[in-house]
Design a protein around this ligand. Structure first.
Ligand code: ATP
Length: 359
């Protein structure tokens, strides 16, 4: 096992900055997901860790060892890409055994490891089959096995499940997590799929526009996003984010959501320290509200989205879409006016100018 230390890491391509000032510690045996939208710099980070490209600035350490100038083949990393790298003219067995042969692992040891890995990844029945005839799903499972069998200290996976079908992806999420636990590798996993990151990773590193925005356990990042981008990016649907302004109301501070066309200011005892007139973004997750007959946000229902176990109500006016997640029996129809009560402990406030979390 090996820890990874990224210090002030940056990468420019010509005049374009793909990554700037990235600092991240990944512990021995930890599973960290780099999560963010397309083009945010995830693969660039990964390619620098693997040694495929050199950083423009900053350092990469594996344990205590500086990786500057160390070629990919000497870094002890396993790498799995979105597109499986499989020798289609070989059998499944030969593919799994390939790296072991190349590094001089003896026959008995080779057979044991191939059989163990095949069993682990449910490939035993296919060992004698040529890879050429296998489905995309199985090929990607084989690609993972082929890399994992080398027991690299660091295992890098870049969108390994984006070409497989949804049902298989769900199975592989569990298997990859088991694999990492079994082999106790330090794993870095690039994905734009929050479900993959949330379900597998010990910690998530959320990135956007070449910047690392937040690192934490999945639940911590979900519950306490450090800024507006992370709040909206995580969750399906993401956090409701409404622009407003703090106003004095008797002893307490309230948030006037006038910009959203919402008439009712919200009680803001939580935000006593806020200066009056501060432009804020008021956030709450769609699952943290309920329908009430008392006071609350009165909103028209624009669309009722029934998705099996859950119903998502799309509400709002003045171009703002506020979503609430309810169970599938919620007795609401399109055009109804509902009143939302928002769980005060789950309200999040962000600075409208910087996007940074206030509460
Ligand atoms: P995706 O999931 O789409 O691959 P990503 O988060 O992995 O996204 P990167 O591949 O790291 O993003 O790319 C980050 C930015 O750097 C993008 O704008 C991309 O176009 C740019 N980029 C990456 N490699 C190069 C290169 N070799 N030359 C010029 N620009 C590059």
């Amino acid at each position: 096992m090996t820890s990874i230390h990224l210090a002030n890491l940056g990468k420019t391509f010509g005049s374009f900055t793909a990554l700037r000032n990235m600092n991240l510690e990944i512990a021995d045996g930890e599973f960290v997901a780099l999560l963010g939208p397309s083009g945010c710099g995830k693969s660039t980070t990964m390619n620098m860790i693997s040694g495929m490209i050199e950083p423009s600035e900053g350092e990469i350490l594996f344990g205590e060892r500086d990786m500057r100038g160390v070629p990919m083949s000497r870094r002890g990393v396993g790498f799995v890409f979105q597109n499986y790298a499989i020798f289609t003219h070989m059998t499944v067995y030969e593919n799994l055994a390939y790296g072991l042969c190349a590094t001089g692992v003896g026959k008995a040891e080779r057979e044991r490891r191939v059989n163990d890995m095949a069993e682990f990844l449910h490939l035993t029945a296919l060992l004698k089959k040529p890879a050429a005839g296998l489905s995309v799903n199985i090929l990607q499972r084989l690609a993972i096995g082929r890399s994992a069998i080398m027991e690299p200290a660091i295992f890098l996976l870049d969108e390994p499940l984006s070409n497989v079908d949804a049902a298989f992806r769900a199975v592989m999420r569990t298997e990859l997590k088991h694999l990492q636990r079994e082999f106790r590798q330090t794993m870095v996993y690039v994905t734009h799929d929050q479900l993959e990151a949330m379900t597998m990773a010990d910690r998530i590193a959320v990135m956007d526009h070449g910047k690392l925005l937040q690192v934490g356990t999945p639940i911590d990042v979900y519950n306490n996003p450090s800024n507006v981008f992370v709040a909206g990016f995580l969750g399906s649907p993401g956090m409701n984010l409404i622009k407003g302004r703090s106003v004095a109301s008797g002893e307490a501070m309230c948030i006037d959501l006038g910009e959203a066309g919402l008439s009712a200011p919200l009680p803001g005892a939580l935000f006593r320290g806020l200066p009056e007139g501060k432009a804020v973004v008021y956030g709450f997750r769609p699952e943290h509200c309920e329908l009430t007959d008392d006071d609350g946000l009165r909103l028209p229902v624009n669309f009722v989205e029934r998705i099996g176990a859950r119903t998502i109500l799309h509400m709002g006016q003045g171009g703002h879409s506020i979503k609430g997640v309810f169970d599938n029996r919620v007795p609401v129809r399109q055009g109804d006016i509902v009143t939302l009560a928002i769980d005060p402990s789950n309200i999040r406030l962000f600075d409208a100018d910087t996007g940074a979390a206030i509460v």
